[in-house]
Design a protein around this ligand. Structure first.
Ligand code: SF4
Ligand code: SF4
Ligand code: SF4
Length: 302
C-alpha cells in the first residue's frame, strides 16, 4: 500500500481515538457481518506463476479496451498492448511482483477490489453511487456519481480508478464479474487460472479451502493466516501469502473497518467538537496530494 495512504489511515485511527477520548462516550457501532450468501475470491501467492492469463481474461470478460497507456511502458511501445503495472481506468485487476534489493523473498500479487464487508467506499460516497448489492458485491452506479472521488481517497487498497482519458469518465473497479454470475458463469479470472491460484466461491467455502491449505502445508503461509478473514472488518476477496502481507500491499491495520473509524471521529466531533481542524487538515492534505499525483500522472501519460 502507498505509505502515504497507510499513514493517513493510521492518522484516522489516531484521530478517532483522540476525539473519542476527548468527548462524551460515543455509541458503539456494531461490526457488520458478511451476508449469508456472500461470494468472493481466494488468491494464493504460493500457487501463482505470474502468467497474467487472469488479467487478459478480466479485460475480455468486462469488455475493457486493451491498456496501451501505462506510463511505465508506453514510451517503449506506444499504441501496443502491454500488461499494466497497476489497476486503472481500463484495468480491473493486475498481477504485481514484489521484489526488493536485499530481500531474498519475492512474490506475485493479484490486485483487485477486495469486496469489503464494511466498505470504506460505500461509507464515504455521499450520494450512494457505491452500494453493497447482491452477494455482498460492491457496485458503482454512474448516474448517481458527482465525481468527487472520495471513494478513491478512502479505499485502503487504492482500488477505485477514474477514466482520465474519456470525456465522460467513470469509476472503474472489479464487481466480481456479477454480469457473468447472473448467467451462471464464474468470473473471467478464475475461469482461466491454470494453477487455481485464484478461485471463486462462497466466502464460507473459500475460508474453509484457505484453512485446509494452511493445515496441509505447515510453515508455508505467513502467520498461518487468511488475510481478509477479519482484517479491516473482513473482506470477501481473501489472500494466502508466503510473505508478509504488507510487502504485497495488504495493510496491517487491525480488525476495525474504515467506516467504524470514521464514525468514531464523527461522534467525537459532533459530541465534543474536539480536533476538527486536525481532522480536516488530514483530509485536505490527502486531497491536495492526490490531485498533485493525478495531475503528474496525466502529464506523464500525454
Ligand atoms: S477494496 Fe476499496 S473499492 Fe473495494 S470494497 Fe473495499 S473500500 Fe470499496
Ligand atoms: S472477478 Fe471479474 S472483474 Fe474481478 S478481477 Fe476477476 S475477472 Fe476481473
Ligand atoms: S492466471 Fe492464475 S497463475 Fe496466472 S497470474 Fe493469474 S492468478 Fe497467477
Amino acid at each position: 500500500m502507498d505509505p502515504n495512504r497507510r499513514s493517513v489511515l493510521k492518522g484516522l485511527a489516531t484521530a478517532g481515538a483522540a476525539t473519542a477520548c476527548a468527548s462524551a462516550p460515543a455509541m458503539a457501532r456494531q461490526r457488520k457481518e458478511a451476508p449469508a450468501d456472500a461470494l468472493g475470491l481466494l488468491y494464493d501467492t504460493t500457487r501463482c506463476i505470474g502468467c497474467k492469463a487472469c488479467v487478459v481474461a478480466c479485460g475480455q470478460a468486462n469488455d475493457l479496451a486493451p491498456d496501451t497507456n501505462d506510463p511505465e511502458t508506453a514510451h517503449f511501445n506506444p499504441g501496443l498492448y502491454d500488461a499494466p503495472t497497476d489497476t486503472n481506468g481500463s484495468t480491473k485487476t493486475v498481477i504485481k511482483l514484489y521484489k526488493k534489493e536485499g530481500d531474498p523473498q519475492t512474490s506475485f500479487m493479484k490486485s483487485q477490489c477486495m469486496q469489503c464487508i464494511d466498505p470504506a467506499c460505500v461509507g464515504a460516497c455521499m450520494v450512494g453511487a457505491f452500494q453493497k448489492r447482491e452477494h455482498g458485491i460492491i457496485t458503482w452506479k454512474g448516474d448517481l456519481c458527482i465525481g468527487c472521488r472520495y471513494c478513491q481517497m478512502v479505499c485502503p487498497f487504492n482500488i477505485p480508478k477514474f477514466e482520465w482519458n474519456k470525456a465522460n469518465p467513470t469509476i472503474v473497479k472489479c464487481e466480481l464479474c456479477r454480469h457473468r454470475l447472473a448467467e451462471g458463469k464464474q468470473p473471467g479470472c478464475t475461469e482461466v487460472c491454470p494453477r487455481q491460484a485464484v478461485i471463486y466461491g462462497s466466502r464460507e467455502q473459500l475460508l474453509a479451502e484457505a484453512k485446509a491449505r494452511i493445515a496441509a502445508n505447515p510453515g508455508r503461509y505467513y502467520q498461518d493466516r487468511v488475510y481478509g478473514e477479519n482484517d479491516l472488518g473482513g473482506t470477501q476477496t481473501m489472500v494466502l501469502s508466503h510473505v508478509n502481507f504488507e510487502k504485497i500491499g495488504l495493510p496491517e491495520l487491525g480488525e476495525e473497518g474504515v467506516p467504524d473509524r470514521q464514525q468514531t471521529i464523527h461522534h467525537g466531533i459532533y459530541q465534543g467538537f474536539a480536533a476538527p481542524i486536525a481532522l480536516y487538515g488530514i483530509f485536505a492534505a490527502v486531497l491536495w496530494r492526490n490531485r498533485r499525483r493525478e495531475a503528474a500522472a496525466n502529464e506523464e501519460g500525454r
